[in-house]
Design a protein. Structure first.
Length: 276
């Protein structure tokens, strides 16, 4: 069973329990960092987003079926008060619990039904090489990207290459990289960046980034750039659990191959993930 499927089982069996991401990760025998990446890549949602949406969906079904006590529905789905439940319900569906109960209908609600089992995409990964490298310096454009909006990264790259890349000083003679500098329950902090020999003058809106010396597992992604999530999903959900290696909670990055063509998205890249 993949890591994400294990997490789905834990969440569905404990919808009314207020487990944290760290607790769910512990039940899956991985770190919260590992689970956040694996779940987000596989589903397009964070663990907490999925659990919240599932709770509220079950509540919507109960209310539309004529539940007599809204507070009881709130408590059954893990909310401590009518007020907290109503705020979350309205934010999720655009309607109040009272409105759904009165209409006796779930029509138009953005429901999230249980994901029972994620089928493997049968992605065959090449065994990564292991490399230890020293300190790396980059200058780049950083933005927060929710797990459900990874398609926005293409536009971020367009803005970086058109508006900023040519103005960065002291660039190394190597392809640009995409760096995941941080992650949380909702998504990742992604940076389109150029390697530099030293920090100097840079365009407004960009930031200097230093990656500490680290050991990386380096994976090849030979397919189209839009398929890179399949490779990440296989790495986080399959390779790490089976390899005996553990991911380090440090930035990872993608380096375009020399053959990469930004006009077509073909040419491939390598994925560098830090390991303990």
């Amino acid at each position: 069973m993949s890591l994400t499927n294990k997490a789905l089982f834990v969440i569905e069996r404990n919808l009314s329990r207020d487990f944290t991401l760290e607790q769910i990760a512990k039940f899956c025998d991985v770190s919260r960092f590992h689970l956040a990446h694996a779940f987000g890549e596989a589903t397009g949602l964070s663990v907490i987003e999925y659990r919240r949406a599932r709770r509220l969906t079950e509540a919507a079904y109960a209310l539309a079926a004529g539940a007599s006590d809204i507070l009881g529905v709130a408590l059954d789905t893990g909310y401590a008060s009518h007020e907290a439940f109503s705020r979350a319900f309205k934010a999720q569906f655009g309607k109040t619990p009272e409105e759904v109960r009165k209409s006796e209908s779930i029509e138009g609600l953005k429901l999230v039904d249980a994901i029972r089992h994620l089928e493997s995409k049968a992605m065959i990964l090449k065994e990564p090489r292991i490399e230890t490298v020293g300190e790396l310096k980059f200058v780049g454009l950083g933005e927060h990207v929710p797990y459900h909006a990874m398609q926005n990264i293409a536009g971020q790259w367009l803005r970086f290459m058109q508006n900023f890349y040519g103005e960065i000083g002291n660039k190394l003679n190597e392809p640009p990289v995409g760096i995941t500098t941080a992650s949380n329950d909702e998504g990742i902090q992604y940076v389109c960046a150029a390697g530099v020999s030293t920090f100097g003058k840079r365009p407004d809106g960009l930031a200097d980034i230093t990656l500490a010396p680290a050991t990386y597992a380096v994976f090849a992604h030979d397919g189209h750039v839009t398929e890179i999530r399949d490779t990440y999903e296989a790495i986080w959900n399959d390779w790490f659990p089976k390899s005996g290696r553990a991911p380090a909670e440090a930035p990872g990055f993608e380096r375009h191959n020399a053959t990469f063509d930004p006009r077509t998205g073909n040419g491939g890249c390598t994925i560098w993930l830090p390991i303990k």
